[in-house]
Design a binder for this molecule. Sequence first.
Ligand code: PLP
Length: 386
Amino acid sequence: MTTDWKKIRDDFPVTKTHAYFLSAAMSPLPVSVFEALAGEYRKVMLDGDIHYEEDLRKCDALSSDLACLLGTKADNMAFVANTSTAMSLIALAFQDRVPKPFNVVSLEDEFPSSTLGFEHRGIEMRYVRPANARYSPESIIAAADGETLAVVASFVQYATGFRLDLEALGCLLNDRRILFIVNATQGFPYFPIDVEAMNIDALSCSFHKWGLAGHLGAMFYTSEAFRARFPAPSAGWLSVMGEGEDSIHTAKNVPFRLHPTAKQYMPGTYNLQPLLAFRVAVDYMKRIGFENIRRRLFELTDYLIAGLGRLGILIVSPIDRLEERSAIVAFSLGEGNGRCVEALAAKNIHVSLRIGLIRVSLNIFNDEGDIDRLLEAVKNFRSGRS
Ligand SMILES: Cc1ncc(COP(=O)(O)O)c(C=O)c1O
C-alpha cells in the first residue's frame, strides 16, 4: 500500500504558512488531534469530573499501547511531567539507596534534562566525548569502572541527531551489571525500542517532540527489578496502595505501601486531557505505520543531505550509516549560523540553533518543496542576498 503523503501534509495546517523544521523542539498537531483535545476539554466544560473514572481507564489503555510499542507491559509504565522529573527521581533514588562512592557515565552532548538531576544530587558524573559527533558503545563502556552504577544516554542526540546503538550498549552494560537509563525523547516512537531486548532498566520520553500532540508530559518506564531496588523516592495519594471504601490512604501516621507497579512514580493527578488526545495521535501514527514513517523520513533527510552536499555545506550529523541516522540533520556554515536561523525565520522557514549548529528536523508533514525553500534561502543567505 502506498501512502498519500500529500494527504498527510494536508492534515497539518502548519504547512500552509511555514516550512516547519522544528519538530525536535515541538511537533505541530494534525487537525484530528486538535479536535480530540478540544473534545476532551469540551467534556470538562460540559460535565466536569463526571468522566474521571472512564478517562483513567482510557489513559490505562494508552499506557498499554505505549508498553506494547516498547516491548513491555503496562505495569512498567508511568506518566510524569517531563524527562527532567524522571531523571531527578532516579537521581534521588540512587542517592537514597546506594552508598557513595559511585559514579554515573553520560555523554558530553546530552540535553541537560538527562544529567542535571544527577549533578544536583552531587553524584559524580563522567562525560564521554564524541568522535565526529558519534558515540560507539565501546567508547561509553571505556569511561566506566568498578564504581559505575549507571549509564545515562539519549537514544537520539538532540543537537546532531546521532542515533545510539541501544542494543549493543545494553548488552555490554548488562554483562558488567551497570544500569542502563535511556532518554528516548528524540527517537521514540518513530524509531523502535525494545526495552527488554536492549536491557534498559529505566527510560523516559517527553512527548512534545515527536508525539504530535503538544506539551503533554513524558512516559517513564522502569523494569520490575529496577523498582524493587529503587522504590520511588516520593509519594502521594495515587502512588500508594489505597484502603477503605474510597480506596484512598487517608490515615495519618499509619504505614502505607507504594504501588508495586510503575504507578508508584505517579503521586498525584495528572494531565488526562492532553494524554487522551495523545492517544488519538498514537493511533494516527500507527495507521501510517512506523516503518513507513521511517522510510519517508530517510527519503526526506536524503533529499536534504544531497542538497546541502551540492551547496558544499558541512553536515555535522553522522550520516554515513543509516542505523545512526534519525529525523534530525545538523549543519554549519562555519560562521553566521545564528544570523542564518533568524534570516530563515523571517521567511517563515523555521530551523533551530543548537550548540552553534543549524538543526533541521524533518517530519511526516514535510515535503521536498519545504526542503527546496530551505536550501534556496540558505544559499541566498550565504551569498549575502538574504
Ligand atoms: C533529548 C531531550 N530530552 C529532553 C528534552 C526536554 O526535557 P523535559 O521534558 O525535561 O523538558 C529535550 C528538549 O527539550 C531533549 O531534546
